[in-house]
Design a protein around this ligand. Sequence first.
Ligand SMILES: *Cc1c(COP(=O)(O)O)cnc(C)c1O
Length: 436
Amino acid sequence: MKLYSTNHQSSDVDLAEAVFRGLPPDNGLYMPTEFRPLPPTFWENVQNLSLQEIAFEIANALIGEDVPTEDLRQLINNAIDFTAPIVEVEANIYCLELFHGPSMAFKDFGARFMAALMSYFLQKSQKQIHILVATSGDTGGAVAQGFYKTPNIDVTILYPSGKVSDIQEKQLTTLGENVRALEVNGTFDDCQKLVKLAFLDKELTDKFDLASANSINIARLIPQAFYYVNAYAQLKKSGVDLPVVMSVPSGNFGNLSAGIIAWKLGLPVHKFIAATNVNKVVPAYLESGVYEPISPSLSTISNAMDVGNPSNFPRMKALLDNDLDTMRRLVVGYFYDDEATKVAMKDVFDRTGYVMCPHTAVAYLGLKAYTNTLSEPVSGVFFSTAHYAKFLDVVEEVVGKQDIPTRLSDLLSLEKQATPMSTEFSDFKAWLMANL
Ligand SMILES: *Cc1c(COP(=O)(O)O)cnc(C)c1O
């Protein structure tokens, strides 16, 4: 697999280099130079394949040159060891549950696959890689779980003190082993700045092999294409034969970019819905053709999507030939405020008993808005990107007391282990020098 930079000022690289570099030197995003669609026989039989088998075929089509067949199969079986079922919530309206992984958010797909791929590339070397990652909540939990006990890799997670939920904090701070948490006395932006400065510090980068695990890494994107195809396979298996619409609750637009990759590999999707909260940069772009970042981003109850300048948007454009009309043919945008989101959570719960997290509710609303414009029936799939219990405060405020899965409630009794950290880079650097 060859990857180019969307800024076209850096040379092409192979997969291993793209994964360890994260970003090309010209600050673009790495993108595969070609997509070879899967053969018609694959699509005819896809309903008979498991998520892991589908994942293998897609990964093989994308990165088969970089990882030999049997190694790739094993890597996928280790990384994707959970399910992504669809649940029919209303007639022809399905929820794709992406929260059955260890951190109970869809970011587990990206984080576990990235960890497995890095570890595979490292196994023949004696190198020790140090991952630095700043989190506002969900990323940290998925990365912590994804890299836990991975040989040759350790992880340092920076999170803003008092600004993540109890469950999210416990997910970051209770694993131990090769995962360490720094509780920064500041905001998420302060955490991100410390990480950025570390990557620019020559003394640190000469001494240590540092790597990042944020959502622009191509290794986090590839595995997200798996569940789009698996969702289609499940619909086909249940005998549904209508055009398929998929609604994706979006922030940095990595998830939807992966959907477009699946489409380029041949996934028959009628439309994708780009559903956002009031950080509506992409729906507004689809409407007006003008891209206007929102700075600073607006705070909402679907806070994992509070992104005012989506980092994967250049990828989404590149996948669709940088052409607005091409994008408009495939993608429709809708956005919702917190009030509408809460109304949807309550309405769906009252009618069906199904509990949605706020992000999931945004996707549900986008799907319903679009299907209401159609005169022909379709199968609609809205993505649930997190288990509702990760956002328990707002969920219980809207729909009343709910059960917490034991995987999450067990965490609350574990002891938090985090090192306090100031927002001064000199303090962070001293800690890294002494502890990596
Ligand atoms: C990260 C996240 C999103 C946004 O996904 P993108 O790929 O950044 O668009 C949506 N929902 C939840 C729960 C998330 O954690």
